[in-house]
Design a binder for this molecule. Sequence first.
Ligand code: UGA
Length: 455
Amino acid sequence: MAVIARHCPNITVTVVDISAERIAAWNDSDLDNLPIYEPGLAEVVGKARDKNLFFSTEVDKAIQEADIIFIAVNTPTKTYGKGKGMAADLTYVEQCARRIAKVATSDKIVVEKSTLPVRTAEAIQTILEQSPHNAQFEVLSNPEFLAEGTAVADLFKSDRVLIGGRRTPKGEQAVQALVDIYANWIPREKIVTTNVWSSELSKLVSNAFLAQRISSINSISAICEATGADVEEVAAAVGKDSRIGAKFLKTSVGFGGSCFQKDILNLVYLCQQYGLDEVADYWQGVISINDYQKNRFANRIQQALFNTVNGKKIAFWGWAFKKDTNDTRESAAIYVADQLLSEGAEIVVYDPKVSLARMQMDLQTLLEYRGETETDINGKLAKLYSVDSAAAACTKAHALAVITEWDVFQTQDFETIYTQMEKPAFVFDGRKILNHNQLQSIGFTAYEIGKATES
Ligand code: UGA
């Protein structure tokens, strides 16, 4: 929304939220206190705020005044009832639609910005049509393709903008109104218009394809370790084929983030609902390989440490699901930590942007969801620490595991770190960001994901 405001000075953008605390943070005079950290965001907000970008808790007033309303609430995976653990929870989307229907007194274009299951627009349209004020509504789908950490850059220079609408004269008019907004900074040929269902499905499919690439290369990382090939070399060779392309072939401890797993589960659920079991199984495989990769990494640590991590201290570099974000949702770190803590290890984490409270909450949420006892949960939480530097995490550690690819990890003083660790000092690089020849010459036993360890 901030980027729309920045590019369209003639449009007034009002962001509303029912949380007064969040809105206060968006209005904070110190731009460092904005509730979301994204490179470039503070600058964009700073330039447009209080000119044509406003943050407010006056939801009803904003609904009444708007011509176009974007619904951008979260749609987490359901944790209860039918579709638990798979389907998207549409409670918040439905609440928004009901509120708009109740409050709006003039015609509106309502845009689905949240990622939603196919045919949600139909449900929104039905709810809106119950409006007591005879207002007319046109529902569009306009999914978001930006990635965290590069969100502002992605928005300034999108690969494409997708807008889905009904193939009726009113639907096409609404699509055109939204096209005209994006055309202020996105070249027209990059603005793709489709019917509503194609647009909703394309969002899920885009994320499924991206995640599939990561699971593909991660599955190959296991073969590389077994055969002596190097996954980085394989990815570079394979990616040179322009039909395949080089991007998104970086092996890792497993993908995380709020979107990939959620959207694939959503796709799997959708397939099951339509009786497409083979298709559902195919996409479920992308998640199975991701789980396998996280387990495999934790197992590798345990195996190398003479088959036991009990009572041993393991340093984690990184907890966020990727660099340049403080977001930890579905981060591989949570699962790897859980597995090692279950085996009696102590975990000491350094992440430049994530607090210990956040890490504890992540672990607790996972363990509660799994139904572990309070005693077990507290036992594990008591063995999870965080420190304020990468080097401090390694003091007296038996092993170092690189989980997130923060740049700062590449420029550490490894000679000093080596002297402070227990011997033999192990490094497990789950992101392939360190210089392994250097580490080995210092004396580390270094393991790199996707490459056989020379013995
Ligand atoms: C992802 C998509 O990239 C966006 O296009 C989409 O709009 C967004 O989800 C969404 O649906 O909101 P995001 O989750 O922010 O964006 O992050 P990604 O950069 O896609 O990374 C996801 C995970 O995959 C991270 O854990 C990352 O470390 C991992 N990854 C990524 C790899 O392991 N290897 C790669 O080559 C690339």
